[in-house]
Write a protein that binds this ligand. Structure first.
Ligand SMILES: [Zn+2]
Length: 363
């Protein structure tokens, strides 16, 4: 007998079908469904169930001399699928981005010789079917055989993870992102949501954490959770661009300046700051200010009698030189900081001004 309720369905990130909670078995599905395997690029095959079942995600099989890895999972599994996957070298390990794709991982593990299933320990509570094959991993990264790396991003789920596959995209590197970084239909951006079906966005610190988590890795391509959703090239820039856009949308900064990427060429240096700017902190004397950029880097200003200087600082966790604050600092010509505003002039003649509201004690 199946349980009466499902914690994953009842969670506010998902929903129970309008007909109420329903269950099925692999045997019941057998006559109606099949899995379709399709090559995506050398050494990468996608698996999708047809007709569409439940939310219709895909699984991805990465072939590696160190043994194949199944990334995320589909619920349906039959003999034809097992044979087709065996023809590609079988499965040596399974890793799952987050609980929405736990599906029938235990069946899959069993079918390929009880191979290990890597799940992040922060999502342990969502495992509805325990198994000795499940390996809970802790921390922020886990190196797997074949140079593949699990990267914990959090966000959508506390243990939300992506897989870095350095050999993918002809050695330029690939991220398999599940819906931790969700590739959106234009296939040039990603999004970051707490709940996709219920449209609950993520807060700015969680988005920044995701961007920082993948930042140290080189990748040019991202495969999202659903068939066809791939950013084929320029994926690293796409993540930064998408995060900046998302942060602008949820923090209310500069909505009218929300530019399309085709306008990038006509962007001024001030526009670059507008696009990257996330938050500001100013001291009580208005002599020091610190701007936070979308990548977590900081731009510091100090302006008092006899002293005027600006500096850039990387986000705490990284030490990268290609940070946004550093780039913007390099384009600045002059600034002014006082009780009225932070006013920055750029070398191309453009200007960015952040007016300060009168403080309560002055009003
Ligand atoms: Zn999900």
């Amino acid at each position: 007998m199946p349980p009466g309720r499902c914690a994953v369905c009842e969670d506010e990130r998902q929903y129970v079908g309008w007909e109420g909670q329903r269950w099925t078995t692999l045997a019941e599905m057998q006559p109606q469904y099949r899995n379709v395997l399709e090559p995506e690029e050398p050494a990468l095959t996608s698996l999708v169930t047809r007709p569409k079942f439940a939310i219709g995600q895909r699984a991805l099989l990465v072939q590696s001399p160190a043994g194949n890895l199944l990334w995320d999972c589909v619920s349906f599994l039959d003999e034809a699928t097992i044979q087709a996957v065996r023809d590609l070298g079988g499965i040596a390990r399974i890793a799952i981005s987050h609980p929405h794709y736990y599906s029938t991982i235990v069946e899959w593990s069993h079918a390929f010789g009880d191979v290990p299933i890597y799940l992040h320990a922060a999502d342990r509570q969502w495992v509805m079917r325990p198994s000795p094959a499940i390996v809970f991993w802790d921390g922020e990264t886990l190196m797997l055989e074949g140079g593949m790396m699990l990267i914990r991003c959090g966000g959508h789920f506390d243990g939300g993870s992506v897989l870095h596959w350095p050999a993918g995209a002809d050695g330029r590197g690939v991220l398999l992102s599940g819906d931790i970084l969700q590739v959106v239909p234009d296939r040039r951006h990603v999004s970051f949501m707490y709940s996709y079906p219920n449209y609950i966005p993520l807060a700015a610190p969680a988005v920044r954490k995701i961007v920082l988590a993948v930042e140290p890795f080189s990748f040019d391509r991202i495969y999202g959770a659903f068939p066809g959703l791939v950013i084929r090239q320029g994926a690293k820039e796409a993540v930064e661009r998408s995060a900046a856009r998302y942060l602008r949308a949820i923090t209310g900064n500069d909505a009218q300046q929300n530019r399309r990427s085709s306008d990038l060429k006509s962007m001024t240096q001030a526009d670059l700051l507008r696009q990257s700017f996330v938050a500001v902190e100013v001291n009580a004397a208005f002599s020091e200010a610190e701007l936070t950029m979308a990548d977590g880097s900081k731009l510091r200003f100090c302006h008092r009698v006899g002293e005027r200087k600006a500096s850039a600082r990387a986000a705490e966790e990284t030490g990268k030189e290609t940070m946004q604050a550093h780039q913007i600092l390099g384009t600045m010509a002059q600034f002014r900081l006082n009780g009225k505003h932070l006013d920055i002039r750029f070398q191309d003649g453009s200007r960015w001004e952040l007016p300060f509201a009168p403080r309560a004690d002055e009003a």
